[in-house]
Design a protein around this ligand. Structure first.
Ligand code: ATP
Length: 256
């Protein structure tokens, strides 16, 4: 199904003992676009990501990925279908090298198409060689050559966040969920991240859903922005449209 949005969220409700974390949330994520998901603390952004990667169950509403209903799928199946993510508190193996962490990502998805293609390339005879080549490409793309053989634990936080991106990209997702990629980064690193997110979308032809508190980054990198507050969608549109939405301005002022 190449037509229609890649992701369609419809009337999604999630409740935790009296707290309504998501309240009838509906929106689309268009193919090949970068969609920003914003909202004050507790708005429900992480809950939504957790529904998308099937870490949370939901009883009301639906999520359709590439025309298929997520509710019926296991967590593993969702990853295999092509939803990849990064985590706010990084999901890396600290005692392993950068390169090996990225290779772990390669195995996180059954990537038969990739292997069938890679095994036909000159000089690639085994699955291990195919994985090594792909991991090396990602290391280069992310500018991690100099640290490829270092253990993740030894690296500065900003570098570790790049490795986390590499791990997620290695699984060749069609939809990449980025959970606060700018958190903890310095000013220059945030600037570089904006260009990197766009380069990732262009180079790997994927669709990005970005949860982020750094407004400068979201507004400069996103094609479309969805805003949540207290579990409800309060605004949606281009960055320019969303930025002048009174309900959004109010939601942020109310939390300052
Ligand atoms: P932040 O920007 O601070 O990460 P958020 O927009 O990601 O916030 P969520 O973490 O999704 O917000 O939280 C939405 C609401 O749901 C909050 O009131 C939170 O306390 C609640 N919540 C989230 N996960 C759980 C859980 N597992 N059990 C109980 N309550 C939860």
């Amino acid at each position: 199904t190449a037509a229609g949005p890649l992701l369609a969220v419809r009337d999604l409700c999630v409740r935790f003992r009296g707290i309504t974390a998501l309240d009838q949330v509906s929106f689309d994520v268009a193919r090949g676009q970068i969609t920003g998901l914003i909202g004050p603390n507790g708005a429900g952004k992480t809950t939504l990501f957790n529904c998308l990667s099937r870490l949370y169950e939901y009883r009301e509403g639906s999520i359709t990925f590439d025309g298929q209903a997520l509710e019926k799928m296991s967590r593993h199946r969702v990853a295999a279908l092509g939803i990849g993510r990064t985590f706010q508190n990084l999901a890396l193996f600290a005692s392993m090298t950068v390169l090996d962490n990225i290779k772990v990502g390669l195995h996180a998805r059954t990537h038969k198409g990739f292997l069938a293609h890679a095994l036909r390339l000159p000089g690639v005879a085994t699955e291990e060689q195919a994985c090594s080549r792909r991991a090396a490409e990602l290391v280069r793309f992310l500018g991690l050559e100099a640290v490829a053989q270092q253990r993740v634990a030894e690296l500065p936080f900003g570098t570790r966040k790049r490795v986390e991106l590499g791990r997620a990209l290695a699984s060749q997702p069609a939809l990449l969920l980025l959970d606060e990629p700018a958190a903890g980064l310095n000013h220059e690193e945030v600037g570089a991240l904006g260009s990197l997110i766009r380069a990732i979308r262009d180079q790997f032809q994927l669709t990005v859903l970005l949860v982020e508190h750094h407004m400068g980054l979201v507004m400069s990198v996103s094609d479309h922005v969805v805003a949540l507050s207290f579990g409800r969608k309060i605004a949606e549109g281009t960055p320019a449209q969303v930025q002048r939405n009174p309900e959004l301005i109010q939601a942020y002022l109310g939390t300052e």
